[in-house]
Design a protein around this ligand. Structure first.
Ligand SMILES: Nc1ncnc2c1ncn2[C@@H]1O[C@H](COP(=O)(O)OP(=O)(O)OP(=O)(O)O)[C@@H](O)[C@H]1O
Ligand SMILES: [Mg+2]
Length: 378
């Protein structure tokens, strides 16, 4: 079966439709744009298109993460450069397009491509031509392009971060992968696959999930999609050390992320991580303001209360308005320190997966990389 042959899991109507499209386009040279939230399987689908593409499949797919390459060198990474074309260009170098000649190039996070490079990319898509940086010679290659993004490119066009002509060119074949919560029928299949994978890997004989546990897995919101399900499976298996897991075990494990009661099967609005961050900053500012006012009031009234008393009052106030993650000993934190803690905490939460963390924080991977460098974590 096509799915098994190309490592795609999914029996939902949505996945069947996607597989149908893949079968139709794989053997052509048509550019494909794959969109969907983080962790839905964009790379899996790109790989399937490549491996079902016939002759091209004999060559490896060259994957380029446009979000991780510093802006200044992205053009030369993609199209290559001539010796001496810029400081540090000691040798002539082929770019990824030339390296992928005869095969497929997968441009991941295409929404991160700087505008100046977008126009050059459009030229390759239109007539297969490009120039190495520092060369006036137009070159051409035989490359199939697959691009992916979890950004809303239409929005990027509206905010002038993405060229409309490139957007229209790219979206002619657009595979939109729905989030996992919109194809819950696939959850048991993924559970089965990951349980098998991790029990073999960790040499655990797992006694399985109760029906209630499967229900709990089925109704969870899965903001991190299949990637999150995979991570959850691994840690639950390892932590449980093979014991049969009940609905309560699963719910307890997923508690921190659960969508609000009563909304689990509805299209709920889940605040994005940076909205929480902003909200928390506002909360904190309000708390600080309120505590300043308390101090002022005390001074005016001449009733000098002990610092402890005021502190206790402020803490009560914090506990009543601050979201859970920011309670605790956060007094005296500067804005920078709060940002640092939040960023590092998010990276840890995503098991050092910088891409997932950057997406959760709604900053680019490039920015995250820069911040972590600044903090001395890298
Ligand atoms: N249909 C699928 N079949 C098998 N495995 C899948 C499928 N979808 C996702 N996965 C698994 O889920 C994880 C995340 O998939 P992938 O890296 O393709 O997501 P993505 O959409 O590219 O995410 P990101 O936007 O963060 O790059 C991988 O481990 C992948 O193997
Ligand atoms: Mg990906």
């Amino acid at each position: 079966m096509f799915q098994q042959q190309h490592g795609i899991i999914g029996e939902s109507l949505e996945m069947k439709e996607i597989i149908h499209v893949i079968q139709q386009v794989a053997q052509t040279d048509i550019t494909v744009l794959i969109t969907g939230e983080s962790g839905v399987g964009k790379e899996v689908i790109a790989q399937a298109i490549h491996s079902a593409s016939g002759g091209r499949a004999k060559k490896p797919m060259v994957t380029v993460n446009c979000g991780a390459i510093p802006e200044g060198i992205i053009e030369s990474e993609l199209f290559g450069h001539e010796k001496g074309s810029f400081t540090g260009a000691h040798e002539t170098r082929k770019g990824y397009f030339e390296i992928a000649d005869g095969g497929t190039i997968f441009l991941d996070e295409i929404g991160e491509l700087p505008l100046a490079v977008q126009v050059k990319f459009l030229r390759v898509l239109e007539n297969g031509e490009f120039n190495r940086v520092g060369s006036s010679l137009a070159r051409s290659v035989d490359v199939r392009v697959i691009a992916a993004t979890n950004k809303d490119l239409e929005h990027e066009v509206r905010t002038k971060n993405f060229r409309p002509d490139l957007f229209f060119r790219l979206r002619s074949v657009n595979i939109q992968i729905p989030p996992l919560r919109d194809r819950r029928e696939d959850i048991p299949l993924f559970v089965e696959k990951f349980v098998k994978e991790f029990s073999e890997k960790n040499k655990i004989s797992f006694l399985g999930f109760t029906a209630d546990a499967m229900e709990a897995l089925g109704e969870y919101y899965w903001p991190g999609n299949v990637r999150e399900l995979r991570n959850v499976m691994e840690s639950m298996l390892v932590i449980g050390n093979g014991k049969k897991l009940s609905g309560d075990d699963v719910r307890k494990y997923l508690k921190g992320y659960q969508a609000p009661e009563g909304e689990r099967n509805l299209p709920v609005y889940v605040a994005k991580q940076n909205e929480f961050t902003e909200r928390e900053l506002i909360y904190r500012a309000l708390v600080d303001l309120k505590s300043d006012i308390l101090h002022l009031k005390d001074m005016i009234n001449g009733a000098v209360r002990s610092t402890e008393e005021i502190r206790a009052q402020t803490t009560n106030l914090q506990n009543s308005v601050l979201p859970h993650s920011f309670n605790g000993n956060n007094d005296d934190l500067s804005l920078e320190e709060m940002e640092r803690r939040w960023i590092i905490g998010t990276v840890q939460k995503y098991d050092n997966n910088r891409r997932a963390a950057a997406q959760a924080l709604h900053i680019s991977e490039r920015t995250l990389y820069r911040k972590l460098k600044e903090y001395g974590v890298l």
